[in-house]
Design a protein around this ligand. Sequence first.
Ligand code: NAD
Length: 280
Amino acid sequence: MSTSFVLGLVGEGISASLTPAMQEREGHEHGLALSYRIIDAEQRGFGADDLPDLLDWAERLGFDGLNVTHPFKQAVLPLMDDLSDDAADLGAVNTVVFRDGRRLGRNTDWSGYAAAFRTALPDAVHERALVVGAGGAGVAVGYGLLDQGAEHVAVLDSDPERAEACAIRLAKRYGDDRVTPVTDLARALDDARGVVNATPVGMHGHPGSSVPETLVRPDLWVSDVVYFPLDTELVRTARALGCRVVPGGGMAVHQAVGAFELFTGRAADAARMSRHFAEL
Ligand code: NAD
């Protein structure tokens, strides 16, 4: 079993990512020589058209794997030799493992969200949920919730066509009766036990909340995928009302846990990675 790994993160505007520190520390804890590099498209001046060359070069230079993030998760998919069923369902790859001359395309976003959710709120995994935001994160969150048994997921997006497309993708895997695209936020919240913000609203540079404060009620659980900052406006509002919350840091940690295991073949210590993430 190898004890030395060269890994990287490919995306745009990722210079502040905490993933390298998380992966390298966990590697160190396992006694591995694990080095994890940022490969920022903005800084290095490449785009989606360059991905075939980038993957070729990464393999030739001895990389063992790459994480892939915005805006390349979809564009990298056709460049894989082997795609997991979940990555195919989601139409997105966030983890590429180079093994025996083959590129394995995997997705740990949805499994990372699911793990973060059931760690925080194990008794709520079957409850009806509303996902606000139907982009890459929204599809992954919906997939994670449905996979671990949510009775029903409603999907809302400011672009109704995106909500529709997301619901169709999820329904293909989990059935029409468990997923519905919706347009009325207040009504959808009435019918849900919890809500997830899967839009960029609440991030640094995108202030505000996709769920108005007046619609948040104490008996809802509230989750966010945004983790810059960790405590978004939505999370702060929910905490103040006494709601149970699942902030975005959990997904960030657990997608890294899944990727670490795929890259190294070793079981990551999720609690240790969470503690380290909190220190960063
Ligand atoms: P995206 O652009 O693909 O999708 C965002 C969607 O939200 C779009 O469809 C847009 O129309 C919709 N939207 C925007 N504002 C809205 C509003 N007020 N109400 C309803 N819908 C609205 O983006 P994405 O890749 O899905 O990422 C979304 C967020 O998730 C980003 O902030 C990203 O950083 C975060 N994210 C976090 C993790 C994690 O590990 N925690 C993982 C992936 C993505």
